[in-house]
Design a protein around this ligand. Structure first.
Ligand SMILES: Cc1cc2nc3c(=O)[nH]c(=O)nc-3n(C[C@H](O)[C@H](O)[C@H](O)COP(=O)(O)O)c2cc1C
Length: 205
């Protein structure tokens, strides 16, 4: 069984509709370590040793967050700036994260068609997340296509929220059971509930 770490960052949880439910699912899966970064560090005083120790104990690292200003909420940047130290995460002897999988799990207010070269946001979501991808690359981690929900505000009323929540549960459970096909997921642009690649010949019913 793989050890899965979810680092959750949502600065406005009392207004959250989707992430708060996703967080509830992640918390409830046995063997998944769930960390609410804003609750743990309301003053952003991140405990570097504790966070590095957590990373060492897990095989899969997930950042779960809503897109804020085309990027992560600020605590995830602070976390990266402090925790991914030279000699630990990168550099001459910095190989402690090598081989681990890294997966962003994101929700966006904008619709998917806005996230394209000719759409109103001008960039693909995957392009906007390229700093995370390259950070993972530099640390020798295996960057997995983001599990994404667009137009998150409409997802409840239009019926997309429930399959997305069930897909998140399946994603976490199959990562944990090592039946999620990480290599196949690395070749995709984005993941959704309908496109989770599972390893051939393994049934999840
Ligand atoms: C400060 C702020 C900045 C935001 N920036 C973006 C953005 O750049 N792109 C986008 O698609 N949505 C943006 N949103 C919308 C959030 O991504 C959206 O509210 C969230 O994904 C919904 O998930 P939730 O119900 O869990 O809060 C922003 C929201 C806030 C409050």
């Amino acid at each position: 069984m793989a050890k899965v770490l979810v680092l959750f960052a949502h600065p406005g949880q009392r207004h959250s509709r989707v992430n708060i439910q996703m967080a509830g699912i992640a918390r409830g899966i046995e063997g998944v370590t769930f960390v609410d970064l804003y609750s743990e560090y309301p003053k952003l005083d991140i405990d570097i040793d504790l966070e590095q120790d957590r990373l060492l104990k897990h095989d899969v690292v997930i950042f779960q967050f809503p897109i804020y200003w085309y990027s992560t909420p600020s605590i995830l940047k602070e976390w990266q700036d402090l925790v991914l130290e030279y000699g630990f995460a990168y550099g001459h002897t910095g190989d402690k994260l090598a081989g681990k999988a890294f997966l962003p799990v994101v929700t966006a207010g904008g619709p998917d068609q806005a996230y394209s070269e000719h759409g109103s946001n001008h960039f693909r979501l995957r392009s906007l997340l390229s700093p995370l991808e390259q950070t993972a690359n530099l640390c020798g981690m295996r960057f997995v296509a983001p599990y994404a929900l667009f137009a998150a505000h409409d997802a409840g009323p239009d019926g997309r929220a429930e399959p997305h929540l069930q897909g998140y549960k399946r994603l976490l459970e199959t990562l944990r059971a090592e039946t999620f096909d990480i290599d196949a997921a690395r070749r995709l642009e984005l993941l959704s509930a309908d496109t989770l690649p599972l390893r051939e010949g393994i049934s999840h019913e």
